[in-house]
Every structure is written in structure tokens, then in C-alpha cells.
Unconditional design. Structure first.
Length: 614
């Protein structure tokens, strides 16, 4: 999510760090900073100088024109906020004692660690989880300076749970840069008399093409003349460097042809990050970052959003009503704000927005707040306008979404809504502890199943070529799959410019059936579960009119092959979780049709990523 770059060598490092960060800035960030080991005037020892600030890299560069640190060891960071709003204090690097840290990821047990450290007299200067890591490493290094920075880092990380890619430097150990990885990407670049570390290849590509990727739970010590890798147990690891053949543009997309495809692939990781630290099988519960929803006082929940986020809201209605038996109303933000909505004190509105900047959603939030309602949101961009306008925010932690067509933002919004449904269901007594524990177990298994579906891309690509010339598509689904049909149609139309409509399968005979003929592909989302038989009988009506059926169905379904022309078989999941899986083949279908047609997939015509006007 964040951008990281580190350097150790013989060259002046500030320009290398800034240039590296600039190469990562395409992802959009909210603050930036660098730490450089420099020799203080009149001193022989080196001291770390940290320069950091809120805002784009240009703000940091402006600061650096006044006082540019000089030194040959340093690291830089561009932040995508997760814990703590974007601010100067929360910008990385975080320094405590002699130790400075930059971090990408989420430290799950940071509240517990923070409390422990506070008990030992530590005081904190930011709201971040990262600062905890600087305190832990500094403690280790102070206790036993002779062990060195790598060992101090290893010992400190033994206490940390969560996802991280970190780079650490200390003015006590000026000849090394230490870096570690667990579930967040990190690449080491090997140069002549110099070495690099970065969260993403583009940051180091101008300097070297010889790289090593760290694996989970590995720590590397970078010196000018070499790199040593160990695991968390302290055992040495042998890793052969490899040559990267990517161009700079390919590297930004991590080798994927488009950001959209990269983001489709990232969904398993993104959903894991949404769940991280928020679900517990033992407690059979979901925690919502301090948001307490009480079903006894919650008469009704109003969900508002636009576009893809609105589709997430439609799925949310099913989930919350089914699991927690709390009535849910869903509305398009653009409609809601103009219909003088009936909402006031005692009511709760939940806005859903990836960007947190959508003008209609923001206006609806303000309207409900002005009328005295409690306003909450599910958002991806921390401290964007909508979370700021709300009383509480539940962040999805999907990371920056660059492709205009929303993919990983959608699945993580669905994950956040499942969390809310479990939270409410446990408190309303409608979800037993056994049922909750089972649902959470299945929830945690989803990322693997998503990866499995992404493996179906070659089959979906063949289908895309076969039907990519069609002028119109119909998408059908029932229950939770109805909004998925809407989302499949939206994805297809926005990136391929093919006209597509999503319909509730039961509504087909009330109108759209008139469109069906041998030229009309009908994409049906029909996993095993509630409504399956009903949708199957809708399909016989399509077949009778010679429509071409492309079905997304559950593996092991014996009947679907007899009626559908194309069948995409996906793993089974409990009904509330199935939308997180069924949407993935539809995203891939839209992507491959658009790719086949050669459209501008990441920036489709007439669309913008963040709709800040009405
Ligand atoms: C579709 C898409 C849009 C957004 C909509 C709301 O792929 O991206 O429909 O979902 O503009 O945006 P957010 O979620 O940022 O409020």
C-alpha cells in the first residue's frame, strides 16, 4: 500500500530516494518522508535526520530545498494511511531513540504492544502502528547493543503480528540498513558497491535490474558490499538474484498489462487485509474498529452509495437483513439527497465509498448528519472527505485502486459488510456462536478461493473472444447474486463500451425476455444455494429463445452443463460469502472482452476515478 525505498552505498542518497519515491507516486499518496544518516557539523559520528510532511511528494521536495540532508545511507516512504490520519506527525519515517523505521502494512497487535510499551514508560509522538516497531527495536538495541541492528530487529519482530514490509536504520549502526517482510511486498536491488530496497520494482529500476524478492518472515541486512538474508528464527537463507526484464511502465503494474488486472489479482490479499485483526474464530465475533452497533436500538440502517459501491450496498442489505434481522434501506446517494429523506436522531446512515470523495455520497452524508442521524462509512482512502464528515469509519485497507473500474474496492466493501452483519448478528442473537465461528472460518478461506478463480482466466479469455463481438449482454442473478449481475453489467459496459443490463432473474419475463435471441449472450450467476432452482428455470426460458448462456456456477453442479453454452465453475462458499467469489469471473470477463476490443481499460472514455462533481 505504501511506497518504500532504501539505499546504502557511496552516492549521495537524498536524490536517489526522492527519485525512487517519485516512481511510486503514480499510486497516489497522502504524505512522504525520508531519513538519512548524515554527519553532524563538527562530529565524527553519524546522526539520522528525518524530513517528512503531509501531502504529495512535491511538499516534501519543497521542504528539502530549504535543508537537504546529505549522506550515503537512507530510506524514504510515501504513505497510504491505515492507522492515523494523514498528518506531519503520522508521516514516516518514525524515529525513536537511535532507530528509524518505514513500514508498509498493518501491525495487528499494535494496541496491545502500545499498552505494554506505555507500561514501561514509553511515550508516543504519532497515532501510527509503525512507531511501535521503532520503539521495540530501539529497546532491543539499547538492552544489548552488541547484537547489532539485524538481531535487534529480529527479536522485536518476534513480538509483532500482522503484515509488514519495513526498513530500519540506526545511527548506532551506520553501516547497515535492515529490512524485513511478512505479507507485504519487498524487493532488494543489487548494485556495484551499493544496494537498494523497495516496496516495488519501479523505485530501483533505473539503478539495477539484478534483484532478489524477500519471502514471508525473512530479514535482510544490506551493506555497501553485500546482502545477507536470514529467517525469523535467525537461520541463514540462500537466495539467488534474478534479472528483471520489465520496462518502467511494466514495472509500475508489477508486470500486469493493466492496473485493473493487477487489482483483480490483488483481491485475495486485499480481503485478507480487510479482515486482519477484525475477526476471531475463538470469540466468534467481528470487531469494527471501535464502531459499536447495537441492534436493540438500531431500528433501521440506511445504506447510501454510488455505482459499484451502491452494488455493494445492495448485497449488504441481504447480508444484514438475513444474518442480523435488522431492516436495511439502500439508496443511490444522488437520489437520496434530493428526496428530503426521513432520517433523524436515533437513526443510522452508512455511506460506502472507495475514494471517500464522491460528491453525491458526501452531500447525502452531510444531509443525514444535519438532520441529527449517526453517520458511518465504509471507505478505502483514509481521512478522505466522507470519513472526515462521518462519526466513524470502517476502512477497507484495499490499498490504492488505480484502474478506473472498481474491483478490489468492491470485494473489500463486501467483506466489510459481512463484518458488520456478523457484528450485528452476534449482538441481536440471530447468529449463534457456532454459526459465526463457521462463517468466519469460511471467510478466512476466501482469499485462497479467489486465487483459484483467478486461475480460470485462460478459460474466461476464450469465452471473451467468442462473445466479445456481441452488441448487448444481459446479466441475471437472484438474491445476493442480483447485485452481482448489476455489477457484472456495469463492469462490462464501462470498460468495453458494450451495452449491458443487469436484471433480477425473476424479472426477466416482465420485459427483458423480449430482447433474447440467438445473438444475445446472457450471463447468469447461479451458484448452488438459495434460489438455485428458480434461476435454473429462468434459464430454460432463455434457452427456449435460443439465447446464449454463460453461467457462473458451483463446482460439482451436474445440471448446469446441460443448459448453458459456457460454464465457469467456481469453488463453493456459504451464501453470504458467495458474492465475493462470483463477481471475480465477471470482472475477468469484462476485462478480457475489453482487452480483446482494445479499449483503454484503465482509463475508459468519459469516466473519472473519483467523481467529485454532481
Ligand atoms: C465503477 C466505479 C464507479 C464508482 C462510483 C463510486 O467501476 O468505479 O461506479 O464505484 O463512482 O465511487 P466511490 O466508491 O469512490 O464513492
Amino acid at each position: 500500500m505504501c511506497g518504500i525505498v532504501g539505499y546504502i552505498g557511496e552516492r549521495e542518497c537524498t536524490p536517489i530516494l526522492i527519485e525512487g519515491l517519485r516512481r511510486l507516486e503514480y499510486r497516489g499518496y497522502d504524505s512522504a518522508g525520508i531519513a538519512v544518516l548524515e554527519s553532524a557539523a563538527g562530529e565524527s559520528s553519524l546522526l539520522t535526520r528525518v524530513v517528512r510532511c503531509r501531502g504529495k511528494l512535491a511538499n516534501l521536495e519543497a521542504l528539502l530545498t530549504e535543508a537537504r540532508p546529505t549522506g550515503r545511507v537512507g530510506m524514504g516512504h510515501t504513505r497510504w494511511a491505515t492507522h492515523g490520519r494523514p498528518s506531519d506527525e503520522n508521516a514516516h519515517p518514525h524515529k525513536h531513540g537511535s532507530v528509524s523505521v518505514v513500514h508498509n502494512g498493518i501491525i495487528e497487535n499494535y494496541l496491545a504492544l502500545r499498552a505494554e510499551l506505555a507500561g514501561r514508560g514509553h511515550r508516543f509522538s504519532s497515532e501510527t502502528d509503525t512507531e511501535i516497531v521503532a520503539h521495540l527495536i530501539d529497546e532491543e538495541l539499547k538492552a544489548q547493543p552488541q547484537v547489532g541492528l539485524r538481531e535487534a530487529t529480529r527479536r522485536a519482530l518476534g513480538k509483532v503480528q500482522g503484515a509488514y514490509a519495513i526498513v530500519v536504520l540506526s545511527d548506532r549502526t551506520p553501516d547497515v540498513l535492515v529490512t524485513a517482510k511478512n505479507a507485504s511486498p519487498l524487493v532488494l536491488g543489487l548494485g556495484e558497491g551499493e544496494n537498494f530496497v523497495a516496496s516495488d520494482v519501479p523505485a530501483i529500476l533505473p539503478h539495477t535490474k539484478r534483484v532478489m524478492f524477500l519471502e514471508e518472515g525473512e530479514i535482510a541486512e544490506l551493506r555497501r558490499d553485500g546482502i545477507q538474508v536470514i529467517d525469523l528464527a535467525g537461520r541463514p537463507v540462500r537466495r539467488e538474484p534474478r534479472l528483471i526484464e520489465w520496462s518502467a511502465v511494466m514495472a509500475e503494474k508489477a508486470g500486469f498489462k493493466h492496473f485493473m488486472l493487477k487489482e483483480i489479482h490483488e483481491q485475495g490479499r486485499a480481503v485478507t487485509d480487510t479482515l486482519r485483526g477484525r475477526v476471531s474464530i475463538e470469540q466468534a465475533d467481528a470487531l469494527l474498529d471501535g464502531i459499536e452497533l447495537d441492534p436493540q436500538t438500531l431500528k433501521k440502517l440506511t445504506l447510501i452509495a454510488c455505482g459499484t459501491s451502491y452494488h455493494a450496498g445492495l448485497v449488504g442489505k441481504f447480508l444484514i437483513e438475513q444474518i442480523a434481522r435488522v431492516p436495511v434501506e439502500v439508496d443511490l446517494a444522488s437520489e437520496y439527497r434530493y428526496r428530503d429523506p426521513i432520517i433523524g436522531p436515533g437513526d443510522t446512515l452508512l455511506a460506502i465509498s472507495q475514494s471517500g470523495e464522491t460528491a453525491d455520497t458526501l452531500a447525502a452524508v452531510k444531509e443525514a448528519k444535519a438532520k441529527g442521524a449517526q453517520v458511518l462509512c465504509i471507505a478505502n482512502v483514509v481521512d478522505s472527505s466522507i470519513p472526515r464528515a462521518c462519526h466513524h469509519a470502517l476502512y477497507t485497507h484495499a490499498g490504492p485502486e488505480i484502474g478506473v473500474a472498481s474491483t478490489k474496492a468492491f470485494t473489500t466493501q463486501l467483506a466489510a459488510l459481512v463484518l458488520i452483519a456478523i457484528h450485528l448478528g452476534r449482538r441481536s442473537g440471530t447468529l449463534s456462536s457456532n454459526a459465526a465461528a463457521e462463517l468466519i472460518r469460511e471467510f478466512m478461506a476466501l482469499p485462497q478461493k479467489m486465487a483459484d478463480i483467478i486461475g480460470l482466466a485462460p478459460q474466461i479469455q476464450v469465452i471473451a473472444r467468442r462473445y466479445g463481438h456481441a452488441r448487448d449482454f444481459l446479466f441475471l442473478g437472484r438474491g445476493t447474486q442480483y447485485p452481482i449481475a448489476l455489477e457484472g453489467a456495469l463492469k462490462l459496459k464501462e470498460i468495453s463500451y458494450i451495452h449491458a443490463e443487469g436484471y433480477a432473474a425473476g424479472e426477466m419475463k416482465h420485459g427483458p425476455i423480449a430482447l433474447i435471441d440467438a445473438e444475445m449472450p446472457v450471463v447468469v450467476v447461479v451458484p448452488k444455494g438459495p434460489g438455485y432452482e428458480k434461476v435454473m428455470s429462468n434459464l430454460t426460458e432463455v434457452k427456449a429463445r435460443e439465447g446464449k448462456i454463460i453461467a457462473v456456477a458451483t463446482r460439482g453442479d451436474q445440471d448446469i452443463g446441460a443448459i448453458a453454452d459456457e460454464v465457469i465453475l467456481i469453488p463453493e462458499a456459504p451464501a453470504p460469502l458467495a458474492p465475493l467469489l462470483t463477481v471475480v469471473p465477471l470482472q475477468l470477463l469484462a476485462y478480457h472482452i475489453a482487452d480483446f476490443k482494445g479499449t483503454d481499460i484503465d482509463q475508459p472514455r468519459n469516466l473519472a476515478k473519483s467523481v467529485t462533481v454532481e
